[in-house]
Design a protein around this ligand. Structure first.
Ligand SMILES: [Zn+2]
Length: 320
């Protein structure tokens, strides 16, 4: 492997909760940190906490007009403002103005989410072009182990220009997706785990800023292949449900002829595919409206290059 990847110090850090207003771990923690920010202080920086969708939080719903976490597109951000815009379009522009490229872009964004799926602590990233967050994920794993809740690296892998996710407005980012937790309520075990992870993440950034070097390592990544809809009848109604054998089996290998759906008549529908895949976001409540029953991923071994503090502000991708 070549020389370590270098990034500038990470001093402007924001933690978003309530990007989806009913995902209560992030909502609860961020509300607490806004009142009591001392936990977010480190030697080299102090992180800021922000409720990303305050109106949705107030009403304890995912969103008001449309999903905020799909609004950070170039099209929305560059369009002229209009009275008839969805609330989340306005909010996306405000957040981009304050934390994104609309002003002096923040160095690191944590975006805190919950899922109703059994996905443990999922570290969700949008691109392998930046590796600081992959090193952070590795650090989180090493600090917290997997005995309480297993950790997984999840990659959506979408080109920067097509990215619509809130976390993407920062220079570096990590989305923490913790579950299972029903939307609208707080589970102490999930909230505690999320709080720990954010604190370890801040520790990691502090070590990086102080010049600690992080060696190259190998890791498994779950990369998104496709999204699978529920079977539907001619009227578009869902006609089969997640099979009991698939429920809660996020990140468990799915093979040809494994049952995935079941109908009210008791008929099992089987997976057809010649390659072993890893289903995720199985039966996520918020994805019924997106017509996603589960998201298929492939497990890929990836060698992550070493990381050190430097002055190369614009790193152009890394060897894969
Ligand atoms: Zn969410």
């Amino acid at each position: 492997m070549g020389s370590p990847v270098q990034y500038s110090p990470v001093s402007r850090v924001v933690i978003f909760g309530g990007t989806h207003g009913n995902e209560m771990s992030g909502v609860t923690l961020v509300k607490h940190w806004i009142k009591n920010p001392s936990e977010l202080r480190r030697k080299t920086f102090t992180a800021e906490a922000c409720l990303a969708n305050p109106l949705a939080v107030e009403r304890c719903v995912r969103y008001i007009d449309t999903d905020l976490n799909r609004c950070l597109s170039e099209a929305v951000l560059s369009a002229p403002e209009s009275e008839s815009d969805p609330y989340e379009f306005k909010r996306a522009r405000e957040l981009n103005q304050k934390y994104g490229s609309g002003s002096s872009q923040f160095d690191f964004i944590f975006d805190l989410h919950n899922t109703t799926s059994n996905m443990g602590a999922t570290f969700l990233r949008c691109s392998n072009d930046e590796i600081l967050s992959e090193h952070m994920a590795n650090y989180l794993k090493s600090r917290s182990g997997s005995q309480i809740m297993p950790c997984y690296n999840f990659l959506i892998d979408v080109p920067k220009k097509d990215n619509v996710y809130l976390q993407n407005i920062g220079k570096h980012s990590l989305c923490l997706e913790l579950g299972p937790q029903p939307h609208g309520l707080t589970r102490a075990d999930v909230l505690t785990r999320m709080r720990e992870l954010v604190n370890y993440g801040l520790d990691f950034l502090d070590l990086f800023n102080q010049g600690k070097e992080f060696p190259s390592f190998d890791t498994d990544q779950y990369r998104v292949l496709s999204r699978v809809d529920y079977p539907r009848d001619s009227a578009g109604e869902i006609s089969a449900f997640i099979h009991s054998g698939l429920q809660d089996k996020d990140y468990v290998p799915l093979k040809n002829e494994d049952p995935i759906f079941t109908t009210l008549d008791g008929e099992d529908l089987l997976y057809e595919g010649d390659k072993v895949v890893y289903p995720t976001f199985i039966n996520e409540a918020a994805y019924y409206e997106k017509k996603v029953a589960f998201t298929l991923t492939e497990k890929v071994r990836w060698k992550v290059p070493a990381l050190k503090l430097g002055t190369l502000a614009d790193y152009q991708g890394c060897p894969n």
